[in-house]
Design a protein. Structure first.
Length: 273
């Protein structure tokens, strides 16, 4: 019997429909692998296809500091935290590493000599002077070489009468021991005693080279020169005061009271020489 021309011949009985479906699924899967997009959009409806989805490429891990750099930085940060806590007493039980300890390693004081004194200090003057010492270079600016120091110095000067100079004729006593005449030498000024507790450097301006020199010097700022200059100025100023006259008056008053307490009714104390 002849088949119609417009109809396709029927598949034989040996054709398996399941095998055809598997072939089509394999074709769809191959097409999905070759073309972008998801395989599910291109798979025919009603048919399943096992398509392996693309996984995104793993993000590249960021490289950190190597261990030989991160370890010292971490230890330094921990140490800084502990030092700050100890400095500001944030941890009371933690000792303060910045605490200072004073150790006196001075040698014993040696008595070198004893000097007999026969002075009577009748007055003492307290002085204060401000030393403005400016040492500058002739051809260099003060920023490089030169220094200016303001030093506040305080010291005392005593006026005394040297009783060791009294001769045999310095004291005259009447026969009835009722009157006495005493002749004293003029008062003198003692050396200036600088009070280091009340003396201090108020301000100091130094050049670059002076700072470098003071770093290696045992006497920063040449403090000894300032002290010597202050002592000289105080000693000179004491001569222009009434310190010696006041000392003579006080010494005469002291001896008058002393001699009257010994029984003399008439006491004459004069300053001669």
């Amino acid at each position: 019997m002849a088949l119609p021309r417009n109809r396709r011949p029927l598949r034989g009985a040996d054709h398996d429909p399941d095998t055809s479906a598997a072939d089509e699924a394999t074709a769809v899967e191959d097409k999905a692998r070759r073309s972008p997009g998801t395989a599910e959009d291109r798979a025919p409806e009603g048919r399943s296809a096992r398509v392996q989805e693309r996984e995104p490429a793993p993000a590249r891990a960021r490289r950190g500091l190597p261990w030989y750099l991160s370890l010292p930085i971490t230890l330094a940060a921990i140490l800084a935290v502990f030092l700050a806590a100890a400095r500001f007493d944030l941890l009371p039980g933690l000792p303060n590493p910045f605490a200072e300890r004073k150790v006196d390693r001075s040698q014993p004081v040696l008595l070198k000599s004893i000097q007999d004194m026969s002075r009577y200090t009748g007055a003492t003057g307290n002085f204060q002077v401000i030393i403005d010492l400016d040492n500058d270079a002739k051809f260099l600016p003060s920023q490089l070489l030169g220094n200016r120091t303001l030093y506040v110095a305080a010291g005392t000067v005593g006026a005394y009468t040297d009783l060791g100079k009294l001769g045999a004729d310095a004291v005259t006593v009447s026969a009835d021991r009722s009157s006495v005449q005493l002749r004293l030498p003029h008062a003198q000024l003692d050396d200036t005693a600088l009070d280091v507790k009340r003396s201090y450097v108020y301000s100091q301006q130094r050049g670059l080279f002076d700072r470098i020199g003071d770093f290696f010097s045992g006497n920063p700022g040449n403090l000894q020169q300032l002290e010597v200059l202050a002592t000289e100025k105080i000693q000179t100023a004491a001569k222009d005061t009434v310190l010696t006259a006041t000392a003579e008056t006080n010494t005469r008053t002291m001896f008058v009271g002393l001699l009257r307490s010994l029984g003399f009714t008439t006491v004459d104390v004069t300053v001669v020489g």
